[in-house]
Design a protein around this ligand. Structure first.
Ligand code: NAD
Length: 263
């Protein structure tokens, strides 16, 4: 299926590895011009090279912490100068630390909101004006299955990401008239460094093994396996496509059936 995004300008944040990187690779394979960023200069330029070597496409990387408004503004200005516009925005950031109610102070919540909620709002505020000019845009917010069913021991993530969904749905109504779609994809457990770290933390905290973390996890997933980054990225690419132009305000689970609710 031709996604009809060849030569579209796509910004994917937090993309030196994991889900963001997989999405950048997929969009590049579909012919989009891909811009990626993360907080580490070395790793993001390594990822830039890796993707452009694999696809032969145009890939540009920026050093940018998505919680830093000034760095985000500089990056967006740089992209507009070089490429003239941004058609596709995929918002992503790292996840907040794991832990429960007793583990965190108010400042920890503030940091989690900055990392996952405010960074998303800020990126949208900066990118939407250029999408409006062109009367075309696709925004995909990477959140988590925790917005459908809170995950034990991830209180910061559970709390901050539901705010993203409220923002996403409200924004989708406001910009639909400009032919801009706004959706969220909610990954279940997907094999990245983030999940490997959760496995390590589990093993340490419970005097157990990483293997038993995966066994426990997979026994609760109807598909009996965790997801791949490629499966996740293909779903994002579809929502970024021309053909998905009538889908907006949706939070879509990519979780192998892990979340047990109806929606
Ligand atoms: P990851 O840790 O493998 O990769 C995170 C990426 O974000 C890295 O490139 C890192 O450099 C970058 N990054 C982190 N903070 C940043 C910041 N402030 N500014 C710019 N770049 C930043 O994580 P992942 O597994 O790819 O997950 C991506 C997001 O999806 C995370 O928020 C995670 O919590 C969420 N998520 C992941 C899963 C999963 O199973 N992998 C499930 C649900 C939700």
């Amino acid at each position: 299926m031709d996604l009809q995004i060849k030569d579209k300008i796509a910004l994917i944040t937090a993309a030196s590895k994991g889900l963001g990187k997989a999405v950048a690779l997929r969009l590049s394979q579909e012919g989009a011009k891909v811009i990626i960023c993360s907080r580490n200069k070395e790793s993001i330029s390594k990822t830039e090279q890796e993707i452009s070597q694999k696809t032969g496409g145009i890939v540009k990387s920026y050093f940018c912490d998505v919680t830093n408004e000034e760095q985000v503004a500089q990056m967006i200005d740089g992209i507009i100068k070089k490429f003239g516009k941004i058609d596709i925005l995929v918002t992503n950031a790292g996840g907040p630390p794991s832990g429960g109610f007793g583990d965190f102070e108010i400042d920890d919540y503030r940091k989690a909101f900055e990392l996952n909620l405010l960074s998303t709002i800020n990126l949208c505020k900066k990118v939407i004006p250029t999408m409006k000019k062109d009367a075309w845009g696709r925004i995909v917010m990477i959140t988590s299955i925790s917005v459908k069913q809170p995950i034990d021991n991830l209180i910061l993530s559970n709390t901050a990401r539901t705010g993203v969904i409220g923002f996403m749905k409200t924004l989708s109504n406001a910009v639909a008239v400009d032919n801009i779609t706004v959706n969220s994809i909610c990954p279940g457990y997907t094999k990245t460094d983030r999940v490997e770290n959760l496995a390590k933390n589990f093993a340490q905290k419970n005097n157990s093994t990483e293997t038993s973390f995966y066994e426990k996890l997979e026994s609760n997933i109807p598909m009996k396996r965790i997801g791949t980054t490629s499966e996740f990225a293909q779903t994002v690419a579809f929502l970024a496509s021309e053909g998905a132009g009538y889908i907006t305000g949706v939070s879509l689970k990519v979780d192998g059936g892990f979340s047990k609710g109806l929606f």
